[in-house]
Design a protein around this ligand. Structure first.
Ligand code: NAP
Length: 358
């Protein structure tokens, strides 16, 4: 496999730091450029961070003395990269403009940002679920007027604790869901040191999160028609998204009604056997098992289960019949690994294997 030269835009942020670790000695990608805001540009990575390293893991050696570039210097980045990973904290319109600037400069972008998620010619990938959505890249290239430049995105972190669990049950025709998510503070790019108000506290509001949690699954479950993604209409989903005092890991409580109500054994069998292209292709960040079900009543727990398969697996538990809905259960995923940088790296691995960066 050819190694691609990769850039990280937003390398100094919470998600950018995860990219830095995940891409250390990666078999497909070598980080050759890093970029952030003009505030960080010209400094070494260590200088730019100035004590803002947020992970429990050590900072990789390769990146410490790399010079951070200005993310807006697309021409400079183009000299150094075959593709870029992007996770920047900017207003949506500016993110879209920045990502399209890279794509139009013929640099493919794999993004964590939400700015382009709603576009029907931008694939929003969970590679186990909808790798076929990469077909819309051709349509996008026509719109952008590019030969190899395009944008691919990953969905919001919150949906990754329930969309993987519902997907293998779609054959039973779920039509109505209620989901409450209990989301970690790293989802806001924060640690407890930076957000002490979250200690011993719960905040019943995460701006924009409920809309994303209800809408984005419909695109993931959509079909490619005439070169674009046409969103699914069912199941309808209503959500509440709550910030809880947890460092990493988004947990979801899910209630669901089915037109063809499955048995408990059928649900467990569907979860147990669910695998996708990443597993078949043995991609470097593919979890060996996508969904792991725990029989214990007190699992999954964020602290002990979020790191399963390097934070790329999804866990489930407490599957039981409900008095109002058909079934209820709990899901859990790591928000900055499966839900952010890890999901983007897995998508990029899939795109690399399929030749999208050539
Ligand atoms: P963060 O920790 O606040 O990092 C923000 C990054 O954006 C930093 O590298 C920062 O660079 C850069 N930046 C700020 N202003 C910029 C500018 N004018 N030009 C270029 N770069 C600029 O945020 P984060 O948590 O990593 O999130 C980044 C993105 O990923 C957001 O869109 C977020 O919604 C999304 N996301 C986050 C998660 C999560 O779990 N945290 C999950 C999914 C998606 P400086 O250091 O130079 O300021």
């Amino acid at each position: 496999m050819k190694k691609y030269r990769a850039g990280i835009i937003g390398a100094t942020g919470m998600v950018g730091q995860r990219f830095a670790v995940l891409l250390d000695q990666h078999p497909f990608f070598e980080v050759t450029a890093i970029a952030a805001s003009p505030r960080s540009a010209g400094k070494t990575y260590v200088e730019a961070l100035d004590g803002r390293w947020k992970l429990d893991l050590p900072m990789p050696e390769y990146i410490k003395n790399m010079t951070v570039r200005d993310a807006g210097d697309v021409d400079g980045m183009k000299e150094l990269c075959d593709m870029v990973f992007c996770a920047v904290d900017l207003p949506k319109a500016e993110v879209r403009a920045l990502e399209e600037k890279y794509a139009k400069a013929e640099i493919p972008v794999v993004s964590n940002n939400s700015a382009c998620r709603g576009l029907d010619d931008v694939p929003m990938l969970i590679p186990e679920i909808n790798p076929d959505h990469t077909a819309v890249i051709e349509t996008q290239k026509k719109r952008l007027g590019t030969k190899r430049g395009f944008i691919a995105v990953k969905p919001n972190c919150s949906i990754q604790s329930y969309v993987p669990l519902i997907t293998p049950l779609l054959k039973y025709e779920p039509y109505e869901m209620v989901v409450t998510t209990y989301q970690a503070i790293s989802g806001a790019g924060k640690t407890f040191a930076q957000w002490p108000e979250m200690i011993d506290n719960v905040i019943p509001y995460i701006g924009g999160e409920e809309e994303k949690s209800e809408k984005e699954p419909m695109k993931i479950w959509g079909k490619v028609e005439n070169g674009v993604v046409v969103n699914a209409k069912l199941p309808v989903i209503t959500t509440q998204c709550i910030r809880v005092p947890v460092s990493n890991g988004h947990l979801a409580a899910i209630f669901v009604k089915f037109r063809k109500n499955p048995t408990k054994e059928q649900i467990l069998e569907a979860w147990d056997s669910f695998e996708g292209e990443p597993q078949r292709l043995k991609l470097p960040h593919a979890p060996e098992k996508f969904i792991t079900y725990f029989e214990e009543d007190n699992r999954p727990q964020t602290k002990i289960d979020r790191e399963i398969y390097g934070g790329m697996g999804v866990t489930a538990g407490r599957l039981r019949e409900d008095t109002v809905y058909d079934w209820k259960f709990i899901g859990l995923s790591h928000n900055t690994l499966r839900g952010a940088a890890g999901g983007a790296v897995l998508s990029a691995e899939y795109l690399a294997v399929k030749g999208f960066f050539d």
